[in-house]
Design a protein around this ligand. Structure first.
Ligand code: BG6
Ligand code: MG
Length: 213
């Protein structure tokens, strides 16, 4: 019997490398506010919602107190910068390795879903040529609680009509691995998350998924 019937992929930092665009947009916002911001701080934002990310960025802010309206305006500014970068993306930003692996998993009969905190998921999937490809898309637009809460993965599994124990979650974020564990999902860690000790499987490369499914 097959171990998993479905795979739920995080998007940013797993399917494509929008994580660098997030970094550039947060960095520009932080610079404009006189806040120190570097790649290691950016790692703490992986998998975390936009407003929660803003609070982490603002840990380094020592100016006059910010109202909720001002914080929303700052998040909107960051998002506008980020979406400018997304407009430069195209199907060339989907690697051959990711495309071939997704196709192979599907040909093995696995159901494939996205489980991302991002409200920009539909735009990103369209830009990289994957609009309509996945069997289910659960993202920042259909959740009320962000990773490390398991809601985004639980909803993806429900959309696939599969129990958590039959789905594998693929993540680059610690918050995402914690979300998977909290929801009863096995997980495969890539990039920074692979080193955290929180993943069920640590992958060197996306195609390693073919060895564990
Ligand atoms: C996650 C990213 O996928 O989406 C986070 O890892 C980001 O860094 C979050 O903050 C929310 O993204 P968006 O596109 O809704 O601002
Ligand atoms: Mg990610």
């Amino acid at each position: 019997m097959r171990k998993y019937d479905g795979v739920i992929f995080d998007l940013d930092g797993v399917i494509c490398f929008t994580d660098h665009y997030h970094y550039l947009a947060w960095k520009a916002l932080a610079d404009s506010l006189g806040i120190d911001f570097d790649e290691s701080k950016n790692d703490r934002l992986r998998g975390v919602s936009r407003m929660e990310s803003l609070e982490i960025v603002l840990e380094g802010y020592h100016g006059t107190p910010l109202s909720d309206a001002k914080k929303t305006a700052l998040a909107d500014r960051k998002n506008a910068l980020y979406r400018q970068s997304l407009q430069t993306m195209s199907p060339k930003d989907l690697s051959d390795e990711v495309r071939d692996t997704l196709n192979e998993l599907r040909s093995r009969g696995l159901k494939l879903a996205i489980g991302s905190s991002s409200k920009n998921t539909p735009l990103i999937l369209e830009r990289i040529g994957l609009a309509g490809f996945f069997d289910a898309v659960s993202d920042g637009n259909n959740i009320t609680r962000s990773k490390p809460d398991p809601q985004v993965f639980t909803m993806a599994a429900e959309m696939l009509r599969l129990p958590a124990e039959k789905c594998l979650v693929v993540e680059d974020a610690l918050a995402g691995l914690q979300a998977a564990a909290a929801g009863g999902f096995a997980s495969a860690g890539l990039g920074p998350a692979a080193q955290s000790g929180e993943a069920t499987y640590s992958l060197h490369s996306f195609r390693d998924l073919l060895d564990i499914t």
